[in-house]
Write a protein that binds this ligand. Structure first.
Ligand SMILES: [Zn+2]
Length: 555
């Protein structure tokens, strides 16, 4: 007993001695850290990742992926988008510019352009050319992004010595984060190409390593058969594989495992089928690793930035829905991609030399037809009928529906010239239409552009509408449907776009250099991300930034 006690005392004193030593080392590190930046910032955006994907599948994750980020980093568990619409292009732009569509101008993936009276795609740019393939998929740039990104700021701050690279399978998810001053943004050209491409906005020719990757036709290795990684019976967090709420691939009657991609390719836009499978995430991760290696990212004291977006999660969510086995399998596999990426960063850049953040560009609604079958308030507003009804209401009151220029993205655009000709005020016509629409089934409320321009809403759904409303680009009447009601989509698959929590609540985890271990339930909004990264790098915030640094992290 005495011997044991002695051993215990010896052990304890040895242990406390060790603790003191550790504390000393830690203090020195902190002192160093405050004066040094990470060698590399890794931005990870998971397209359509609801907050609950992190918790619902947590028991299925390994220790080196999502769990490593959450347990070793700082998790902001109550992070929301603070604007409507919650679509991909506004989402990625808001994360990287630290502001909302009201300021950065990316009000949708597509929107009706009031001047040309045509739809424009967020990153369309006819003045540039595709680099890396013969298709038109590279006629793109961030020219519609009206403010700088944190990646732009890093380029300016380092006098262009810090490198910035964007990587995604989806064009807009690479271009909008990479910003205006990136060394390059790469995205995947599917169909008959199966290549990573860029645009002359960034570069005149693909670097050798990208060319080699494309020429190797390694892409064919990703065209595998998609089956569940583990026994499907262990996927207890999702509904039966065979259900009425999923959209099968073209050429199939059912949306059930397994999926032979090589066989399905012909009827599903060739290599583009990769986008709607977990292998789309694998190819992005592999390509990101090649970018880190070949561009020498994180190899010197001047901070570099790689913006990686995993977008296959979005295509899969849209096709199979929030509760599908396909989504569960996708996140189990993505966890392994994250683990592999972190391990790679450890070996290539070094543990403690890089800083990661992981978030999403929006969430998603559970398939409304599924929710309706469960007898909750959910469903669909037929888009064609809604548009017809809006036109009819205007026609009945003012004699002609040519006063309406366009109806899209839950907004009505009036033709200002036609209003003037008819001697009608925009305010009067907008208010009339609002009063009509508000009485229709499953419309929660409407608000006019005039009201949004002349008032300030400090919180609630109208605040989110205001933060997503760009005076020059947005419409004249904004329609808000009931929660879990969608229009122009369904009855299979999930979508997003609203200001309700299923669309706004997303994961946000910071990890690595300068990041304390911890969590908070304090409300955080998406623009706070760019403000926080800017503060961590001690550089100027993006020029339109409306977010604030997360104090628990930066102080
Ligand atoms: Zn998205």
């Amino acid at each position: 007993m005495r011997k044991l006690l002695l051993t215990l005392i010896l052990f304890t004193s040895f242990f406390s001695c060790k603790t003191t030593e550790n504390t000393t080392i830690k203090t020195t590190n902190i002192a160093e850290n405050t004066s040094t930046r990470p060698k590399l910032v890794v931005g990870i955006v998971v397209d359509q990742m609801r907050y609950d994907y992190l918790t619902r599948f947590y028991s299925k994750f390994g220790k080196d992926g999502f769990k490593r980020l959450v347990s070793g980093g700082f998790s902001c568990k109550n992070t929301h988008f603070n604007y409507v619409p919650t679509y991909t292009a506004p989402g990625h732009t808001s994360i990287y510019t630290g502001t909302t569509p009201a300021t950065h101008g990316i009000i949708g993936n597509n929107w009706f352009d009031k001047e040309s009276k045509k739809y424009i795609y967020c990153t369309d740019d006819a003045s540039v050319k595709t680099v890396g393939s013969t298709s038109s998929a590279g006629l793109m740039s961030p020219k519609n992004e009206l403010t700088t990104t944190m990646t732009d700021q890093l380029r300016l701050d380092t006098n262009f010595q810090g490198k910035v690279i964007g990587v995604s399978i989806k064009d807009r998810a690479s271009i909008l984060p990479a910003g205006h001053l990136a060394n390059a943004a790469y995205w995947f050209d599917g169909n008959d190409q199966g290549r990573f491409i860029s645009s002359t906005f960034y570069i005149d020719a693909l670097p050798k390593w990208v060319q080699e990757f494309n020429d190797s036709r390694k892409v064919d290795e990703y065209m595998q058969t998609w089956n569940t990684l583990y026994d499907i019976n262990t996927y207890t967090e999702s509904i039966a594989d065979d259900n009425n709420y999923e959209k099968p691939f073209e050429g199939l009657d059912k949306a059930t495992f397994p999926y032979d991609l090589k066989k399905l390719a012909a009827k599903n836009q060739g290599y583009s089928i990769l986008k709607a499978t977990p292998f789309g995430n694998t190819i992005v991760k592999d390509f990101a690793k090649l970018a880190i290696q070949n561009e020498g990212l994180g190899q010197d004291v001047i901070t570099d930035f790689i913006a990686i977006s995993f977008s296959s999660t979005d295509y899969i969510g849209h096709r199979f829905g929030v509760d599908s086995k396909e989504v569960e399998d996708t996140y189990i596999r993505l966890d392994k991609e994250i683990a592999d990426l972190l391990n790679y960063l450890d070996s290539q850049v070094g543990k403690g030399n890089y800083t990661v953040f992981l978030t999403a560009d929006h969430g998603a609604v559970r398939v409304p037809s599924y929710l309706a079958d469960l007898k909750t308030h959910a469903g669909y507003v037929n888009q064609k009928k809604l548009k017809k009804k809006i036109r009819k209401a205007i026609r009945k009151k003012y004699g002609s529906d040519s006063l309406i220029a366009n109806i899209s993205n839950y907004q009505v655009f009036f033709d200002k010239k036609a209003l003037k000709k008819a001697d009608l005020s925009l305010k009067k016509v907008s208010n009339y239409l609002k009063s009509k629409i508000e009485n229709w089934d499953n419309v929660q409320q409407c608000i006019t552009g005039e009201t949004l321009k002349n008032n300030s809403f400090p919180n609630g759904i109208l605040h989110k509408i205001q933060m997503g409303y760009h005076p020059k680009r947005s419409g004249d009447v904004v329609i808000i449907l009931d929660p879990a009601y969608i229009s122009g989509y369904g009855p299979q698959g999930s979508t997003h776009g609203s200001g309700f929590t299923y669309d706004t609540h997303v994961p946000l985890v910071f990890y690595g250099k300068h990041i304390p271990q911890g969590k908070t339930f304090r409300p955080i909004v998406i623009p706070d991300i760019a403000a926080t990264i800017s503060a961590l790098l001690d550089m100027q915030m993006p020029n339109g930034c409306t977010g604030n640094p997360i104090l628990e992290i930066v102080e």
